[in-house]
Design a protein around this ligand. Structure first.
Ligand code: ATP
Ligand code: MG
Ligand code: MG
Ligand code: MG
Length: 572
């Protein structure tokens, strides 16, 4: 492929765009890769489109390699599916909603778990059909509170979203692992530096969740890494060592109230507001209830043990206070897991003594009304002190803190860009939509799911964040719009040689950008080559008289004089 700058739809800018704050945004606009048309809405120009397409192509290849099949869904979707899953309220103001001419409610899809669940339910019936993994690369819409950083946080952005469907937990683990391995290959191929961190699963729900974070000063996520082992976690999800539970309890006052089964907690936000106790909406009950509940004295302790147990909060609360049963039933209209917050005031009003370990709900730990003896027992069980009626900020990790995984190393803090996020969703969506397979014994088997996202458009910006200098972009070979940028500094023989080299390189399958624009100084051409960021720049200049051209590496800055007859061979 040969792109001629004389006709390519690109204009480079000398000035940074006024609204741009981060390097990738400034450079992608200045280099003519993208243009802003709305808050968080960007047009892709030919060079940008090529980078985007190349990123998507890598994603497609690695999805195909693990047997994931590509489909494509609409973005304009009936609102009711997101009501059924409970996520309309979970997403809150992040969802763009609209009505059609008949008044029916629609959303612009923020993510597609609901639709993929419905699709598989419609077409698959037998256990023999499973497992299956489907994906799409499509536009997502989120009414982000603060669209920023150009492509980093759009309100309209390109995502690869994959969904796995399995018959059992072991199958889900395998599907998750396959996606995780594919992500490692994808991000390696894209030339990204990244860390895989333990994550909170957000509005998705589910138990196991990891993020791929690309370290960059402009990243909006903060994560910790250990100096001694490979522990890494988003500060939202930092865990302290699990206490001795699951049968290893030694304290006589502690008794495990084990409540396996499907959690049915409804939103307590409304409840909190209705009793005038206030409430928060910044965590998801679904995330936090995969734990073991202990009764210690007459207090209840929810301990954040990583694992597959789920707490039926209704049963737990009912064991303490019958009034809570009504409270849960009031919200039966919202049957699934919804964002909520069990305010200490609510529990106090109901006379419930309730302890929440900060490992369960970061930022919240409280001890409502428990007496000294209980508190002591709790501390024994947890192996640490609670701050009575206080708040422990789990996100408030300092450098230097001891590593919760190995205990030997200390934690270091870094900022990163979330480029991918993978979840073991479990049966949450299958429960909401009744997705079963008919098992070999004729009994229905509830399907278990995973979901796996890559921010394809964000990745373009993340690559730019990690591969640039003050003069411009410096694309890794795998995503560059062209491999070689051929620049002639003069007309005549230099121009003709540049043409010839460009066509010889192209004939060998190398993508070339040829600066054949008339009437520009060498300085302008060099500055543009550095701004545009092709990995190799071939300068056909004065030294051509001696039979040489100069080959510049945009990656390491090296400059080498090469005999003109050798240059094609050298680059190929
Ligand atoms: P963030 O924490 O940055 O808001 P998220 O956790 O809400 O992201 P997910 O729901 O996990 O995002 O979506 C999967 C992937 O989609 C993310 O890992 C990210 O790469 C990408 N993504 C999410 N929101 C945006 C956005 N507003 N603009 C561009 N890419 C996004
Ligand atoms: Mg988000
Ligand atoms: Mg996130
Ligand atoms: Mg995420």
């Amino acid at each position: 492929m040969l792109m001629r700058m004389s006709s390519l739809f690109v204009r480079t800018l000398r000035e940074d765009p006024a609204e741009a704050e981060v390097p990738s945004h400034k450079l992608l606009v200045r280099a003519g890769y993208v243009r802003r048309f709305a808050p968080g809405g960007y047009a892709w120009l030919p060079l940008g489109q090529r980078v985007l397409d190349r990123v998507a192509a890598v994603v497609r290849e690695e999805m195909a390699a693990i047997g994931a099949q590509e489909v494509s869904f609409p973005s304009l979707l009936p609102q009711e599916n997101y009501e059924t899953s409970g996520r309309l309220s979970a997403f809150g103001d992040d969802v763009f909603r609209l009505r059609d001419r008949r008044g029916a409610g629609y959303v612009l899809g923020p993510t597609h778990e609901e639709l993929f669940t419905l699709l598989v339910r419609d077409l698959y019936g037998s256990y023999r059909d499973y497992p299956v993994t489907l994906y799409q690369i499509g536009t997502k819409f989120r009414d982000e509170a603060r669209p920023r950083g150009g492509l980093l946080r759009g309100r309209e952005f390109l995502m690869k979203d994959a969904y796995s469907f399995d018959l059992d937990d072991e199958g889900l683990r395998r599907s998750y692992q396959a996606q995780r391995d594919a992500y490692i290959r994808i991000f390696n191929r894209l030339g990204l530096d990244y860390t895989i961190v333990a994550a909170m699963s957000g509005s998705m729900g589910g138990s196991v969740s990891e993020e791929f974070l690309a370290p960059a000063p402009v990243g909006e996520d903060t994560f910790v890494g250990c100096t001694a082992c490979d522990y890494a976690a988003n500060t939202e999800a930092v865990t302290t060592p699990a206490p001795a539970v699951n049968g290893e309890l030694t304290h006589p006052a502690a008794e495990v109230i084990d409540t396996p089964g499907t959690p049915t907690i409804a939103s307590l936000v409304e409840y909190a507001n209705s009793v005038g106790a206030g409430g928060r909406t910044d965590w998801t009950a679904a995330d936090t209830l995969k734990n073991v509940v202990l009764r210690v004295g007459d207090s209840i302790l929810v301990v954040g043990v990583p694992g597959d147990r789920e707490v039926d909060l209704k049963r737990v609360s009912a064991a303490l206070h019958p009034a809570t049963v009504e409270m849960f039933d009031d919200f039966a209209a919202q049957p699934d897991l919804v964002r909520g917050y069990i305010g200490p005031q609510v529990l106090a009003k109901l006379g419930i003594r309730y302890l929440v370990d900060p490992r369960v709900v970061p930022g919240t730990a409280w001890l409502t009304g428990a007496n000294e003896a209980d508190r002591h027992a709790v501390n024994v069980v947890c192996g640490r002190d609670f701050v009575p009626d206080g708040t422990i900020e789990a996100a408030d990790v300092r450098e230097g803190d001891a590593c919760p995984a190995c205990g030997d190393g200390s934690l270091t803090l870094r900022r990163g860009i979330e480029i991918g996020h993978i979840f073991q969703l479990g049966r949450r969506f299958a429960d909401a939509f009744g997705l079963d397979a008919l098992g070999p014994d004729g009994q229905p088997v509830r399907i278990t799911m995973g979901s796996y996202g890559v921010g394809v458009s964000r990745v373009v910006a993340a690559i730019a964040e990690q591969h640039h200098d003050e003069r411009g972009l410096a694309w890794p070979e795998s995503v560059a719009p062209a491999f070689a940028h051929v620049v002639a500094t003069g007309k005549g023989e230099q121009g003709e040689t540049a043409e010839r080299l460009a066509s010889e390189l192209t004939a060998r399958g190398i993508d070339v950008l040829l600066d054949d624009r008339p009437g520009l100084s060498a300085g302008v051409r060099f500055a543009d080559a550095e701004l545009l960021g092709m990995p190799v720049v071939v300068v056909v200049g004065r030294r051509l008289a001696d039979g040489y051209v100069e080959v510049r590496s945009r990656i390491d800055g090296s400059r080498t004089d090469v005999p003109v007859d050798d240059v094609v061979e050298l680059i190929d």
